[in-house]
Design a protein around this ligand. Structure first.
Ligand code: PLP
Length: 388
């Protein structure tokens, strides 16, 4: 059975060239980058090249990039690092209701620790309202953390406009964006967006899991989460994951070549998907912003349970998700759909399709046909609602 993998926002398959470079690093570039001999220096050099590559992509300085274990660590590193560094009597931190749990959970933690936490609501497409952000900003605000691309909806936030508001009200406030779902898919310029910190992860772009990086603007006061050997300029102790970083670098290099052409191709695929599904299944809702990231498509089917649909597609070799893989263990699974005000009868029947360069138009047609068949037969099992 041919497998059609439509869960690329959860993770991606490592590109064979990435795996090859990692294998080489594992067996040949095995020195500790902190060692003074040439094997150490070789490791250090490999890391430096990737650091430079990322810096160029984000439009920042090379020493402003710090490697770590991925998006979850990156978000924790920035949020905890800013709050723990300040320790003032009055501190306010601001985020949005649809952030990844690795942001929201840290905010919730601080809510119980004498920090004033503001969680901004979003509109029906998942955008924060800029006037609400402006009203929430004050002199005590030490951090604003708003994601670039939402992992469940694909909605893109206007980071430039957000940065402008943050800095106009309080130039000292740290502006951070979780850019895990945007990196190497949509462009970002940290200087133009007035960003002080940005979170990246390797495994969403055909790189390995367990490696990522953060951008931290020079002069930004952040207390390190991990102390020890002082690696990464004292910001993140621990021997660097050289093979992981090399793999992350190769994944970036490979994407760099196809970045903007791919965006258009994926947008076309998404449009085909929507047209086909709308012609075959009634009573559905496409969630999020039609002009958001084309890599994510969030669809709700009335009178169907998303999880049942997921498993019935899995039996046909088609892999999708219900919401975010990262939050599927959480109690409040559907907080993003709740935040955009999706009607209750649609919420349960929501799946996320996430595309990659490996998906063809034929794959889309097969997947849509399978979804249509599954939804239509699952609906036959559901009793019609009585008018109340
Ligand atoms: C928006 C967003 N932020 C953070 C993360 C966490 O990244 P990682 O899996 O590298 O810890 C994810 C992963 O799904 C994500 O989608």
């Amino acid at each position: 059975m041919k497998e059609i993998y439509l869960d690329n926002a959860a993770t991606t398959r490592v590109h064979p060239e990435v795996a090859e470079k990692m294998m080489d690093a594992l067996v040949n570039n095995y020195g500790n980058p902190s060692s003074l001999h040439r094997l150490g220096i070789r490791g250090e050099q490999a890391i430096k090249e990737v650091r430079e590559l990322i810096a160029k992509n984000l439009n920042c300085q090379t020493p402003e990039i710090y490697f770590n274990s991925g998006g979850t660590e990156g978000n924790n590193m920035i949020i905890q690092g800013v709050v723990e560094n300040k320790k003032r009597n009055r501190m306010r931190i601001i985020t949005s209701a649809i952030e990844h749990p690795s942001v929201l959970d840290v905010f919730t933690f601080y809510e119980n620790h004498q920090v004033e936490v503001i969680v901004l609501g979003v509109d029906t497409q998942g955008h924060i309202r800029l006037d609400e952000l402006e009203a929430a900003m004050n002199e005590d605000t030490i951090l604003v953390s708003i994601m670039g691309v939402n992992n469940e909806l694909g909605t893109i936030q206007d980071l430039k406009a957000i940065g402008k508001i943050v800095k106009a009200v309080n130039p000292k406030c740290v502006f951070h964006a979780d850019f895990v779902q945007g990196f190497m898919k949509i462009p970002v310029d940290v200087q133009a967006s007035l960003l002080d910190a940005l979170t990246l992860s390797g495994h969403k772009i055909f790189g390995p899991k367990g490696v990522g990086a953060v951008y931290i603007k020079k002069g930004t006061d952040i207390k390190p989460l991990l102390r020890g050997g002082g690696q990464e300029n004292n910001m993140r102790s621990g021997t660097e994951n050289v093979p992981g970083i090399v793999g992350f670098g190769e994944a970036i290099r490979l994407r760099k070549e196809s970045f903007s052409d791919e965006f258009e191709a994926i947008r076309n695929l998404r449009t085909v998907f929507i047209n086909e599904i709308e012609s075959k299944v009634d009573d559905i809702k496409i969630n999020g912003d039609p002009n958001g990231s084309p890599y994510v498509l969030n669809i709700s089917f009335n009178r169907v349970r998303g999880e049942v649909l997921l498993h019935s597609l899995e039996a046909k070799g088609i892999f999708v998700s219900t919401g975010s893989a990262c939050s599927s263990h959480k109690k409040e699974k559907q907080y993003v759909l709740k935040a955009i005000g999706l009607a209750e009868e649609y919420k349960e029947g929501t799946i996320r399709i996430s595309f990659s360069k490996d998906i063809t138009k034929d794959d889309v047609k097969i997947a849509v046909e399978a979804i249509a068949q599954a939804v239509n037969s699952l609906r036959l099992l559901v009793k019609p609602r009585k008018n109340r």
